[in-house]
Design a protein. Sequence first.
Length: 133
Amino acid sequence: MPTFRKLVDTPSLTVSYDGPNNWLYVEWKGEHDETSVFAGFELIVRCLQAWECKKILNDSSQVTSSWETAAQWLGHDFFKCIAQKGVRYVAWIYSPQWSDRHAIDASLQFVTNPIVIMFEELATAYAWLKQSQ
């Protein structure tokens, strides 16, 4: 995979810009609660204001807690916001937490824009996002 330019680098969240692919790579790590999830997604929106990307590779594979409390907000607010910023495709790598997977899947039931596809691992998500037009 290409070298990324780090835009945000904290112990629990890294947001990088992949210039050749013109997308954001978002890497969530460790424990998160509702507050940290909201703060992280606010940072992503800020990055989208600076870097007009149409795609996001969102990697939750290192998350060790559930996002259940933020799932409804994701489905109703976050995806609408990033669609308004021009994002058309999101490749989202599942967290290993079963309750988190269920909550994210439920939040996506009514999301039509952007197109969000869930994946088990990074390589498949990367390949799908790369070919998405």
